[in-house]
Design a protein around this ligand. Sequence first.
Ligand SMILES: Cc1ncc(C[n+]2csc(CCOP(=O)(O)OP(=O)(O)O)c2C)c(N)n1
Length: 327
Amino acid sequence: MLSHDQLVKLLENMLLQRAVDTRGFQLNRQGKIGIAMGSEGHEAVQAGAGMAFERGKDLLYPYYRNTGITLAVGFALEDIFRSQFARATDTTGGKSIINHVTDKKKGIASISSILAAQCPHAVGAAYAIKYRAEHDRIVLCQFGEGSTSEGEWHESLNFAAIQQLPIVFLCENNQWAISTPISKQMGNPSVAARAEGYGIQGVVVDGFDPVAVYDAVRRAREKAVSGGGPTLVEAMCYRFLSHTTDDDERTYRTREEVAEQRANDPVPRYEARLVKQGVLTQEQIEAMRKAIAARVNATTDAVESEPSPDPSTLYDEVYAGSHEVWI
Ligand SMILES: Cc1ncc(C[n+]2csc(CCOP(=O)(O)OP(=O)(O)O)c2C)c(N)n1
């Protein structure tokens, strides 16, 4: 069972995710950053899974919509904004696409825009953990339901199942892959059902409930560390915003569908639950929201004033040991 502090931490992370999301869209519309990727509607999945992740032990193989979980497992807020503003101080020197962050020390693998590319990498890392007989350590691999149409995804599940690797596959099923709905993505609308085809367990969880996600991922983690092999967790959620700031979701979804999902918005839903359970008062939640807004504002301003990379560094750490162009 989660402690009082952990229940509060879940909300803190969810509120931070939402504030960072909103800021990204604002900065893009102000012409200050190139693109933003919103994860509104995914907060509970990422907060819950982040809580199940063991810092200093586990390895995270996230995808581009996973700013929330990277923050939940200790990635610095400053570094999210350094990535957004592509500043020289960014961990990749401002070279990587926005929010495609990485932090080896925190066990966060580099995020790829290529759908499912992280899956074979994650499986390789889980193979290494098993090969070295490292105990109490797993890999958490995340992706959207659209990514489960990729060959690499199927190959990864198959290999992980055969080798009984310590890995948890977490699908954030938001029902849309940009403009492609599930009905045009898969014959069987259940992602979790695919697990059976590989001989592993598939679990469906309410992705609007951070505690349910925590429980499901935690159980899958315990199974993995005790030699039980992989689990596929499918967290049912929704993407409230456009795919990115370059997309307009109004062109392919009805307002009614979005409103119906909004009625279940995981953030106010979890806030109401904490109030009802006596964990926090509404006033404490408002104070938390204000403190987070102030922190996000201060961090945005501080990072915005940091220098952009010097053009002479363009090829640094791109071509090993050389600044020469290859043509
Ligand atoms: C291999 C590959 N094919 C196509 C794309 C273009 N693309 C980028 S995001 C996306 C939708 C992915 O949807 P899903 O995996 O469900 O994740 P979501 O964005 O909904 O969280 C597509 C088709 C890509 N990045 N990589």
